[in-house]
Design a protein around this ligand. Structure first.
Ligand SMILES: Nc1ncnc2c1ncn2[C@@H]1O[C@H](COP(=O)(O)OP(=O)(O)OP(=O)(O)O)[C@@H](O)[C@H]1O
Length: 392
């Protein structure tokens, strides 16, 4: 797929941006802090409904604005769809597909699929489990947009059940409703769990292969889903090569319910929900050791890159190239990792790259350029497009 046009209004440093884009490679070129990443962040937002840099939406609205707009025309297998979203301060966001209002913003998920490489990716390896859960869930939703509703239902039940647990150890607390919430949590959570197990199973060969090509001298890389259901899980779920079975969700739901009853008193004592997909992790393994504590800086970068390259290959194997967004990554990589990334990027349907100077982009990714600059105006500092020399 590719983005044929992108338009923004009051998004980050852009008061307006409207530009046609083409398949193949495009580089947004401009000095540091001029607004290049903001363009990729806007596309990332359209494809995941979240930002790779901030967890709240307020910073996405241009300073002084009460709403921001992102719109794109996306071409997938010859068919064009327009998608746009309005981010509002204080009121619900609104999305449209082909100019018709969507009932919920999440209905736009899946229309634009992206894989974004950014300097922040090191946190996938070094950061908290929440980084890796987010990675998994975004990839899952790109492949199966209906999972957005499952995630949202699970999070709603989790919030309500957690609120109940916080009051549960008070004298005379009414715990009769806890069983009902356990049922809801296990029902939604087991759907998410079964899909995450399946995703990790599908992703494993792509990550292992990507890591081999980036760091052939290193130990083999693997990924494994680490569930908070722990020892209660049937042993076959610990086998990373096992093909998912049709009744996985039912099995997981039963185990989930059992585990909730096992930890009930602990949960009441601590006032938090101790088991479920919100406590899980994606284990990254190098050789036989966890990458988080054993990988060197270079190996951690290679692993982070392999997770993204593996995601790209997995989405591609589903039938459509996602749009590759490369945010300032080449300066961070050594020659071998640059070459590995460049060779995948060179064959992708559309690659959008940011760079401060053209020399940062490997020659094999020679690309048309869009110049970006920051100017002082009466409305503050804003980004704008400027003419720039094209490669010969
Ligand atoms: N909500 C906002 N309103 C107005 N300006 C903003 C907002 N958020 C960020 N900015 C401005 O956007 C600029 C940063 O943009 P961006 O991160 O896209 O830069 P960049 O060109 O990618 O830089 P680098 O090359 O250093 O990564 C900064 O000047 C910042 O002040």
């Amino acid at each position: 797929m590719f983005v044929r046009a992108l338009s923004l209004r009051d998004f980050r440093s852009w008061d307006t941006f409207s530009h046609d884009l083409e398949p193949g490679r495009t580089v947004f070129l401009g000095a540091n802090g001029n607004g290049k990443t903001n363009l990729l962040e806007a596309l990332g937002y359209l494809s995941t409904l979240s930002s790779h840099r901030v967890s709240t939406e307020a910073p996405l609205l241009r300073i002084g604005s009460s709403k921001a707009q992102i719109g794109a025309a996306v071409v997938n297998s010859g068919r064009e769809l327009t998608v746009d979203i309005e981010l509002n301060q204080g009121v619900a966001n609104r999305a449209r597909i082909n100019r018709s209002p969507a009932r919920r913003p999440r209905e736009i998920l899946g229309i634009l699929r992206t894989v974004l490489f950014a300097p922040e990716d090191l946190a996938l390896v070094r950061g908290d489990p929440s980084e890796r859960r987010r990675f998994l869930d975004e990839l899952l939703t790109a492949r199966l947009p209906r999972m957005a509703a499952v995630r949202s239902d699970y999070e709603r039940v989790l919030r309500q059940r957690s609120a109940l647990l916080k009051t549960a150890n008070r004298a005379r607390a009414d715990l009769s409703t806890l069983d009902v919430w356990d049922g809801h949590l296990a029902a939604h959570g087991s759907v998410l769990l079964a899909e995450r197990f399946k995703l990790v199973n599908d992703l494993l060969p792509h990550v292992a292969q990507s890591y081999r090509s980036i760091a052939p001298e290193s130990r083999p890389a693997g990924v494994r889903y680490k569930s908070s259901l722990g020892d209660s899980l049937p042993p076959e779920f610990l086998d990373v090569t096992r093909a998912p079975a049709l009744d996985d969700q039912e099995v997981l739901e039963a185990v989930f319910l059992q585990e909730l009853s096992n930890v009930r008193q602990k949960e009441i004592d601590r006032g938090v929900c101790l088991v479920g997909p919100h406590r899980d992790d994606l284990e990254l393994i190098l050789g036989t050791e966890p990458a988080k504590s054993f990988a060197s800086h270079g190996e951690s970068w290679s692993f982070a890159l392999s997770l993204r390259l593996g995601s790209f290959e997995l989405l591609r194997s589903d039938g459509t190239d996602p749009v590759l967004l490369l945010d300032d990554v080449f300066a961070e990589l050594d020659r071998r990792r640059r070459t590995a990334l460049a060779s995948v990027a060179a064959g992708a349907e559309q690659v959008l790259i940011t760079a401060a100077v053209a020399e940062d982009v490997p020659p094999e990714l020679e690309a048309r350029r869009i110049g970006i600059e920051m100017v002082d105006t009466e409305q503050g500092r804003i980004s704008r497009v400027v003419p720039v020399a094209q490669p010969e």
